[in-house]
Design a protein around this ligand. Structure first.
Ligand SMILES: C[S@@+](CC[C@H](N)C(=O)[O-])C[C@H]1O[C@@H](n2cnc3c(N)ncnc32)[C@H](O)[C@@H]1O
Length: 236
């Protein structure tokens, strides 16, 4: 088993699917169920293309609950088991204790550093040079998708030139043309709107601008996979 397969096995073993209000646990397309599939896909890519023995990782958007995916655990496992470092950053100070507790509860031996800050500040001045980055901060609102895409682009701009050739960046939450998404809006009074949004653009999501930019010629980052997780690698 490779280190990536071990991380996937550990994530899968610990995974606690907890549906958001309105989702059905028996639904095969439930986001929590898809996450293991997304990480299987990423594992195959990392197995094939990740060139470093030691994994120094940064995640933007701290992992604190299975509702949001707790995907940082997969990355923290990789860093911890290759003598590397793992840091996450989240702008919300209320999440600081929750993030630390979530990892501690999963595995008291796993070491992480969690920082409260705007991800752009951390990426502009990172505590170490990462070779694997998971961009998962500013949530996508498919009814107002540009702010999240802009933030994702600014995160990429902040860190990409600092990373060594061969590094990989994974950008979460992307949807592609002609697909549709069941979009739920929860209101504070308990009401919920449910509507089907068809994606009419080539891509919407955190990685939209990054993907558009890299689709041009002569770029030093290459798209390895354009799926829900957009995966890109530095070429020179
Ligand atoms: C989708 S959640 C992260 C999910 C997490 N990676 C997981 O797998 O469970 C997005 C997080 O991004 C944080 N966030 C939003 N804007 C941010 C910013 N500018 N800088 C850092 N974190 C931000 C939010 O507070 C929220 O906790």
């Amino acid at each position: 088993m490779t280190i990536f397969e071990k991380a996937l096995a550990s994530y899968t073993h610990k995974n606690q699917i907890s549906p958001r209000p309105g989702f059905d646990l028996n639904d095969p397309d439930l986001p929590g169920k898809n996450r293991i599939g997304q990480l299987e896909r990423l594992t195959n890519i990392l197995n094939k293309d990740f060139p470093f023995d030691t994994i120094n990782c940064i995640e933007t958007g701290g992992s604190r609950s299975w509702l949001d995916g707790m995907v940082g655990y997969y990355f923290a496992y990789l860093s911890n088991n290759t003598k590397g470092k793992f840091t996450s950053v989240d702008i919300n100070p209320d999440y600081e204790d929750e993030v630390n507790k979530a990892y501690l509860d999963l595995d008291p031996n796993i070491k992480i550093t969690h920082i409260t800050d705007d991800s752009l500040n951390l990426l502009k001045n990172p505590p170490y040079i990462p070779n694997l980055v998971h961009l998962d901060s500013w949530d996508v609102n498919l009814k107002d998708p540009l702010p999240s895409a802009l933030h994702g682009w600014r995160e990429f701009e902040a860190i990409e030139s600092q990373m060594p050739v061969g590094s990989i960046i994974v950008i979460d939450d992307n949807w592609y043309q002609n697909n549709w998404v069941e979009w739920l809006t929860n209101y504070s009074d308990g009401r919920q709107d449910r509507e089907r949004i068809t994606i009419n653009y080539p891509i919407l999501g955190k990685g939209a601008h990054i993907c558009q930019y890299l689709n041009g010629d002569d770029k030093n980052w290459k798209i390895l996979d354009a799926d829900y997780k957009l995966v890109i690698q530095k070429q020179w």
